[in-house]
Design a protein around this ligand. Structure first.
Ligand code: IPE
Ligand code: IPE
Ligand code: MG
Length: 246
């Protein structure tokens, strides 16, 4: 355990229960090496494995990672196809390890635009790991915060039209039940790698009170040690949620 995880009295600082990560910088990592962008995405996938494995020791129970946004379809066909292939490969290769390591996997995002073979693998991995409880890994794939809120509003409107829901019962506690993340707690800490200080449509509703860390490191260079340091810093944050401490 690294030092930053301990307070001045030696007591362990509280860990974030839910960490969400915008894994950015794969393309620049590859460009710096004069390699195709996909090489960076493959290097990034290796990091995912390590970061997931680091969670139990850091007391991080929920990890959510942004793998592909609703805006990433704007990239070249080669990059998009390569990423979809990588996601399929990742699921096939990692399924057994994730099962054995106690990781429960969920996917958020709109599956309608994804190819059926990938959706089948996603469904299979969710089912395979459904009884796990050590770490809850959520992969955001074809995910956009605005799209998620719009889809939630659509489902909610259907429920109202069907007479299942009273408009007056819609409030900030009932609305998130319609979001893709309805079974998850809100993220305590959102990390973005690569130096960009923006959220790029990630977890818009859920991160209302999250702490943010923008890290200069490119995602393929984001080691478990750096992860432990960032998680350790969370313990000294003063979270007030709008109240004045008494
Ligand atoms: C993040 O890395 C991964 C995805 C968006 C799929 P990028 O591909 O955005 O890398 P940069 O930002 O171009 O360096
Ligand atoms: C956000 O990164 C999406 C993912 C990490 C999957 P982007 O690289 O797509 O975001 P922008 O374009 O810099 O805002
Ligand atoms: Mg990027």
């Amino acid at each position: 355990m690294i030092d930053s995880m301990s307070g001045a009295d030696g007591a362990k600082a509280p860990a974030p229960n839910h960490v969400a990560i915008i894994m950015d910088g794969n393309g620049r990592w590859a460009q710096k090496r004069n390699r195709p962008r996909l090489v960076g995405h493959h290097a990034g996938a290796k990091r995912v494995r390590e970061i997931v494995r680091a969670c139990p020791d850091l007391d991080v129970k929920y990890l959510t990672i942004f793998a592909f946004s609703t805006e990433n379809w704007k990239r070249t066909q080669t990059e998009v196809a390569g990423l979809m292939k990588l996601f399929k490969r990742y699921i096939r290769r990692e399924a057994q390890n994730l099962l054995e390591e106690g990781v429960r996997v969920r996917f958020i995002g709109d599956r309608v635009r994804l190819e059926p073979a990938l959706v089948d693998l996603m469904d299979g991995l969710e089912l395979l790991t459904a009884d796990n409880d050590k770490v809850h890994l959520t992969i955001a794939l074809n995910y956009g915060g605005r799209d998620e809120v719009a889809r939630a509003a659509r489902r909610l409107a259907y429920d109202v039209a069907m007479g299942k829901l009273e408009p007056k019962s819609i409030c900030d506690e009932t609305f998130p039940k319609y979001l893709d993340t309805h079974v998850l707690p809100d993220p305590d800490l959102v990390i973005r790698t690569s130096g960009e200080a923006r959220i790029s449509n990630f977890l818009l509703w859920q991160s209302a009170y999250s702490e943010y860390e923008f890290i200069d490191t490119l995602w393929p260079d984001f080691t478990p040690d750096i992860f432990a340091q960032v998680v350790g810093r969370f313990g000294v944050r003063d979270r007030r949620f709008g109240a004045v401490p008494v």
